[in-house]
Design a protein around this ligand. Structure first.
Ligand SMILES: *Cc1c(COP(=O)(O)O)cnc(C)c1O
Length: 470
């Protein structure tokens, strides 16, 4: 830890019971790993990484209570008591009557969109996550992002930048009508747009408009507890309410939801889709049996359902959430002290670097986000991810795109000292940013390209200095 940082590190409300040794590859190993991975960090091996901030999805640490829950797994094919417990917990948290487990969030999306989305359908969302967008497209639909304008301004400090542009939503629904719009979705928090929350007031407005058009409203509820934490902190009059109460205020306005429990479910695998509509539930169940497995396990071991039931409740614990958000802010503060330009305000699960300002000398064709994730790995064996035009393609029609690099914080995994190491490394990369050169594609797949694309350093101009390795 650097002594000049006055910020007291946030106190971790847990202690280690089992530990895992962290690899520490040297500069030559890192360089070799980059070449082997074709400069795509998804292709790295975990033993080539010191701090892994690729994603907060399924990378959290389970609690002792969750590990204990695994031991009471009832592996009956049908009617497992773990399903009954899981179902009761989700019904209690959300109020939705039909709960269908799935092996992860995109599996829940597959069930929902293969059931409701048709060729020619239009699906509005504040901002589609990459897999959500891919499932809409896969079913012939057109994803439309309707976040407020501030969502695209990295420097706007607005408290609810995840909000939906209700005027644009109303215009779209008037134009397309319920025949073309099978559902409206709202993502809490908005992962693609910097992990920003949606206010309850905004969601009420959305629900009013969507209801008036008699269209079902679904939540992408992956980070609903983090969203509720921000609502409690920032929305007038919400302080007195608990996280589950705020959650229920959202869910009571919706017709259903998809969930990746790898986020605010605190498990390594799991998810579900929920609905109020019995006829939709019946069709979802048919798709579930086809794609995931029987109703009472949905692609998971029954012990996983038990761990998920415990994790979903732990994610609503205020002390846990306080620390989680404080940890993300701590990293952001250390980076800000080093001058690193960040997407503002700081969201719930990650710090997002503002690539346009970080690497202002590179054009978008030089893939600056990818150049930056490569350079951060090169500096300190830290893995981050590009969230921008590479992950999402150029958002046609909207004329707007965010160019971000995400440092996602896994839940209950890294200490303040480890985050201070990250801040030091990224600070050093920032100090030598002018030397950083662009990247180019050597292989560019059509769907979800960021997972499997290959890259190479862009042709260096003769005068450019060589890239240093540490
Ligand atoms: C992670 C995520 C998903 C997909 O969930 P997986 O479990 O990774 O399949 C969907 N929406 C959002 C907002 C997410 O963050």
């Amino acid at each position: 830890m650097t002594p000049d940082d006055g910020t007291p590190p946030p106190f971790e409300p847990y202690r280690a019971k089992v530990i895992e040794r962290i690899p520490n590859p040297g500069p030559a190993e890192r360089e070799a790993a980059l070449v082997r991975a074709h400069f795509n960090l998804f292709q790295l091996r975990s033993d080539e990484i010191r701090v892994d901030l690729l994603t907060d999805s399924g990378t959290g640490a389970m609690s002792d209570r969750q590990w204990a829950a695994l031991m009471v797994g009832d592996e009956s094919y049908a009617g497992s008591r773990n399903f009954a417990h899981f179902e009761a917990v989700v019904k209690d948290l959300t109020g939705f009557p039909y709960i269908l487990p799935a092996h992860q969030g995109r599996a829940a999306e597959n069930l929902l969109f293969s059931t409701l989305c048709r060729p020619g359908s239009v699906i509005p969302n504040n901002m589609h996550f990459d897999t959500t967008q891919a499932h809409v497209l896969h079913n012939g639909g057109r994803p439309v992002n309707l976040a407020i304008a501030e969502a695209y301004d990295p420097e706007s400090d607005m408290p609810f930048k995840g909000n939906v542009d209700v005027g644009a939503l109303e215009t779209l629904l008037n134009m397309e009508g319920p025949e073309r719009v099978p559902l409206v979705m709202v993502t809490i928090t908005n992962n693609t747009g910097g992990g920003q929350p949606v206010s309850l007031a905004n969601f009420r407005e959305v629900a009013r408009i969507v209801r008036a058009h008699q269209i079902p409203l679904y939540l992408d509820m992956c980070r609903w507890a983090e969203n509720a934490y921000f609502v409690r902190e920032r929305e007038p009059g919400m302080r007195a309410h608990s996280i589950p109460e705020i959650g229920r205020a959202f869910f009571s306005l919706a017709d259903g939801a998809t969930m990746s429990a790898k986020k605010d479910g605190l498990v390594n695998i799991g998810g579900f889709v929920a609905t109020r509509d019995p006829s939709v539930a019946e069709r979802l169940n048919e798709a579930q049996i086809l794609f995931e497995g029987f109703t009472t396990y949905g692609g998971l071991a029954r012990r996983d359902l038990e761990a998920m039931a415990v994790g979903l409740q732990e994610a609503t614990d205020l002390e846990y959430l306080q620390h989680r958000i404080a940890q993300v802010r701590y990293l952001a503060e250390l980076l800000t002290k080093r001058g690193v330009p960040l997407f503002k305000p700081i969201g719930g699960h990650a710090v997002y670097l503002d690539v346009r300002r970080f690497l202002s000398h590179l054009s978008l064709e030089e893939l600056p986000g990818q150049a930056l994730v490569v350079e951060i790995y090169r500096e300190g064996a830290i893995r981050s991810v590009e969230v921008g035009s590479l992950m999402f393609g150029n958002q046609e029609g909207t004329g707007r795109s965010l160019e971000l690099v995400r440092l996602a914080i896994p839940r209950r995994v890294y200490s303040a000292a480890q985050l201070a190491y990250v801040a030091d490394c990224v600070g050093r990369v920032y100090a030598r940013r002018r030397e950083i050169q662009g990247m180019q594609y050597t292989h560019r797949p059509e769907r979800l390209p960021h997972f499997t694309a290959r890259f190479a350093p862009a042709m260096a101009p003769a005068t450019a200095p060589p890239v240093r390795s540490s």
